[in-house]
Ligand binder design. Structure first.
Ligand code: SF4
Length: 372
């Protein structure tokens, strides 16, 4: 398949691995965080960690939208279905994330909640049109990749004057999470090894561009290499990071030049800007409350904001006591550090959010058996 097969070539991967091994300095170790769950998945699936020299350690970051969704937000969506009799629509993975009271959206559906899996917000709009007598709530989650489509469905709902449609908005922002990581002492250090640089997200960067990462290179002196999701993309990005570290450079480089520009997608950014504004505080699973790290719906579109429409209040809920998702999402623990991994907690019976989506670190390690 064009643009896929050539980025999975085994000979080229071995060549890149040899190049990386030749260029790592014998007197230092390297720790790079792949922010995005898509990269975590690629690293596990293609055995990239095993191809790297022992001097390089890859640290999983918090860039999995399902993983960072706090329990309190899922509880809100469940409450909409079970207590307010709304039709709640959301993406498939979101339905399986454990909430409080041993519930998930899937289990709430089994208890009679009208909860429907959709592939997009547009599907939720269709359901709203077909059920004018019912409240229909789209439980919208995700990073900058999924935010523009949510903005567009709100604009469309306004155009159609849909009176029964609203959005429970849980969209979060990548640069704020990276800032939080860089500002946190616990997170900056992985054991005794500081994070030397970041593999930057692919799809998010198509929307926001590479420009927003320049702050991290300039202010924090951390190299960022934006990379595609294929194995050769990730390996090339690691080589580029090694070279930056060796040269003492801290720059934003774009390995994913076939899709990412410095400016990003201006039309998508304009739609987001029109519909959403920054939230002052938003809780992330694992990171806690992160200032200005999420979006809320502007008051001009209040009628489509489920939080306003139903007077919802947010209550934080702690994770399962034995679940290490929080520490894994902060980059300070590994799935193998969790006592529940692979025995009590499996993809069929996830205890924490990192075991739900294929982008979650625990699910990726469980599926591909990579433990390095
Ligand atoms: Fe949480 Fe399960 Fe991962 Fe343990 S294995 S950290 S319980 S998701």
């Amino acid at each position: 398949m064009k643009y896929v097969d050539e980025f999975r070539d085994g000979d080229l991967a071995r060549g890149l691995a040899a190049r990386i091994a030749a260029e790592v300095r014998p007197d230092r170790r390297y720790a790079f965080m792949e922010f995005c769950g898509g990269h975590t998945h690629a690293i596990s699936r293609y055995g990239i960690a095993e191809l790297l020299p022992p001097a390089i350690r890859m640290i999983h970051g918090p860039g999995c939208p399902v993983c960072v969704l706090p329990i309190g937000r899922i509880d809100q969506a469940i409450g909409m279905a079970l207590e307010r009799n709304a039709i709640v629509c959301t993406y498939g993975d979101t339905m399986r994330v454990p909430a409080s009271s041993q519930l998930s959206l899937m289990k709430a559906k089994a208890r009679g909640g009208d909860i429907r899996m959709v592939y997009s917000g547009a599907d939720a709009l269709k359901i709203a049109r077909a059920n004018p007598q019912r409240e229909v709530v789209f439980f919208a989650i995700g990073f900058e990749t999924t935010t523009p489509p949510t903005a567009l469905v709100i604009l469309q709902a306004e155009k159609e004057e849909l009176a029964n449609f609203s959005v429970l908005c849980c969209h979060v922002l990548t640069p704020s999470a990276i800032t939080h990581i860089l500002e946190s002492e616990e997170v900056r250090k992985f054991g005794t090894v500081p994070i030397d640089g970041f593999v930057g997200p692919a799809h998010v960067s198509i929307v926001i561009g590479s420009g927003p990462y320049e702050h991290f290179a300039d202010e924090y002196r951390k190299p960022v290499v934006i990379a595609g999701f294929e194995p050769l993309d990730v390996m090339q990005a690691i080589l580029m990071l090694v070279r930056q570290v060796n040269d003492g450079r801290a720059e934003v480089e774009n390995q994913f030049a076939r899709a990412v520009t410095r400016e990003g997608n201006r039309a998508a950014q304009a739609a987001v800007q029109q519909v959403f504004e920054l939230r002052e505080r938003f809780e992330w699973r694992g990171l806690g409350e992160v200032p200005y790290s999420a979006l809320k719906i502007r008051s001009a579109f209040a009628t489509f904001d489920a939080e306003r429409r139903f007077g919802l209040h947010y209550t934080p809920v702690p994770d399962h006591k034995a679940c290490e998702c929080g520490a894994i999402l902060r980059g300070v623990k590994h799935p193998r550090d969790c006592k529940l991994f692979g025995n009590v907690c499996t993809p069929e019976n996830p205890v924490g959010s990192c075991m739900v989506s294929s982008e979650g670190a625990c699910a990726a390690h469980y599926a591909y058996g990579r433990f390095r």
